[in-house]
Design a protein around this ligand. Structure first.
Ligand SMILES: Nc1ncnc2c1ncn2[C@@H]1O[C@H](COP(=O)(O)OP(=O)(O)OP(=O)(O)O)[C@@H](O)[C@H]1O
Ligand SMILES: [Mg+2]
Length: 476
């Protein structure tokens, strides 16, 4: 956290010095002034978290200073220091809005306690602000890192369905952001003031599933010493997010189905069901249709949850989002690790992020950036700190030479096939001399025969053995 800024005013130079030392030791940044005018100048120039002023200053009145400061910054708390015997002044100070007063001489302990008290409210407001920011960063639609056409399309669908109560089924590979999307749906629905309750269906032991989801009454089974509210009821008025629904044991699938159909739950050991008002969002990284075919997922439940199926695309299918995501994670990691020396990525590092295949998707990117921030010895993250691996060019982007060669090879192959193996025609269409055309074919190890093209071992380099090549083709 950033250091809090204190402005202290006292005409007693000795005390001012002592206070500065003590407050600095307590972890504050201190601006010390021995007269009202300097203090007011400072208050105009800079934002402070707390003002501590002596009640009687040589040339001015501490109360007047307080009033002027508060005219500039109405929410700025002011703490008053008084000498013995000035209790009436202290009372007046409190009436005029000081947060407290300390009688000189005072103990460090008391000073610290008063400061804590004075800063409690602003600290709380700052924390709330920070959390709000965090939430809006994560779930405010405009701040979700989603520049790519694939994500834009998804977000449009999300916006369209968010405000309905329709059941949504999110599918996508691990780490693509299914839970982020689920929260966006909740935050953009009428249920935003209600709870969002995530349930990891893969993590609850089968024996506990029913009581976890539906709750139980006291004495329902051995160990049920008190009644327990289930997750369905906890989500009442809000959204229940059934994550990893493909992992749900078959015995539970039928019970969930009934709850979804009737919007009622039967607590374990109860005789009458209870109504619940929940919106259901499910997520899975499995192919549920396949699971239905394989008989591990109930078909009726499948149709019940697939009202609105949405797919969250893998990161390699939306590389345009990578720079923005990387920046978001960079900022978060710097804050988390307190490593303010790190400022950004070197161009080749960003390039590496762009071409990597990201099997673990957004979550893997998040971890990769976090690790690089922690390990980075310099202010710019270098490529060697980032993951690479086979498959690094497995997605859409390849180095230009490789992409060109791949194109050229396919082009030649198709062209020769189109020309029925007639190299003269093929070379004419390609606008190349026959000899050059042969040269190209050999470069790619292509071997025309009967209008079809066969691959042979490519010739290293471009050294030509033309007569042999011609013979090959003719005899083929
Ligand atoms: N568009 C995004 N913008 C910012 N952060 C994101 C985005 N998408 C995902 N994340 C972050 O990536 C991580 C993985 O996202 P999330 O948990 O939603 O994925 P998931 O698909 O539910 O993964 P799993 O299948 O493993 O449960 C989280 O830390 C999340 O905050
Ligand atoms: Mg998840």
């Amino acid at each position: 956290m950033e250091k809090e800024q204190l402005l202290i005013i006292d005409d007693d130079q000795g005390l001012l010095k002592l206070l500065t030392m003590r407050l600095t030791a307590m972890g504050f940044t201190v601006t010390a002034c021995h007269d009202a005018d300097t203090a007011l100048d400072e208050a105009r120039r800079q934002r402070f978290d707390l003002v501590i002023t002596d009640l009687r200053l040589a040339a001015a009145d501490g109360l007047a200073v307080m009033e002027e400061v508060r005219a500039l910054h109405p929410d700025l708390p002011v703490l008053i220091l008084t000498a013995h015997g000035s209790i009436p002044g202290a009372v007046e100070a409190m009436q005029k809005g000081a947060v407290g007063y300390l009688t000189k001489p005072f103990e460090d302990r008391d000073l610290a306690a008063w400061i804590d008290k004075a800063l409690a409210q602003p600290r709380m407001s700052r924390e709330i602000q920070r959390l709000k920011q965090l939430v809006s960063e994560l779930y405010g639609l405009e701040n979700v890192a989603a520049r790519s056409p694939a994500m834009q399309t998804l977000l449009q669908q999300v916006l369209r369905v968010a405000d309905t109560d329709a059941t949504v089924c999110l599918s996508g590979e691990t780490g693509t952001g299914k839970e982020v999307i689920a929260r966006i749906i909740h935050c953009n629905s009428q249920r935003v003031k209600g709870p969002f309750v995530p349930v990891n269906c893969g993590a609850i032991p089968e024996s506990l599933f029913e009581s976890e989801l539906f709750g139980h009454v006291k004495g329902a089974f051995t160990g049920a010493v008190s009644a327990h509210r289930g997750l369905f009821q906890s989500a009442d008025g809000g959204t229940l997010f059934l994550d990893e629904i493909g992992e749900m044991p078959p015995t539970m699938q039928v019970k969930i189905l009934r709850a979804l159909q009737t919007r009622e739950v039967l607590e374990v050991g109860a005789t009458r069901p209870v109504k619940v008002d929940v919106r259901i969002i499910t997520a899975t990284n499995k192919d549920l249709a396949q699971a239905v075919k394989a008989g591990t997922f109930r078909e009726d439940l499948f149709y019940r949850i697939q009202v609105i199926p949405l797919t969250v695309p893998p990161l390699r299918a939306r590389r345009e989002d990578i720079p923005l995501l990387a920046q978001v994670f960079l900022r978060q990691s710097i804050e988390r690790a307190g490593k303010t020396t790190v400022r950004g990525f070197m161009p080749d590092a960003m390039q590496k992020l762009m071409v990597y295949h990201w099997p673990g998707n957004v979550r893997e990117l998040e971890h990769a950036v976090e690790k690089a921030v922690v390990l980075s010895p310099r202010d710019m993250i270098t490529a060697d700190l980032l993951p690479s691996g086979n498959g690094a060019t497995d997605g859409a982007i390849k180095p230009l030479t490789e992409a060109k060669e791949e194109f050229e090879r396919n082009y030649l192959k198709e062209l020769v096939e189109l020309a029925g193996g007639n190299i003269s025609r093929a070379s004419q269409i390609a606008g190349r001399y026959r000899a050059d055309f042969y040269k190209l074919l050999r470069k790619y190890g292509l071997h025309p025969s009967d209008g079809k093209i066969k691959s042979v071992a490519p010739v290293a380099g471009t050294v030509l053995q033309r007569p042999a090549a011609e013979r090959d083709i003719k005899s083929a």
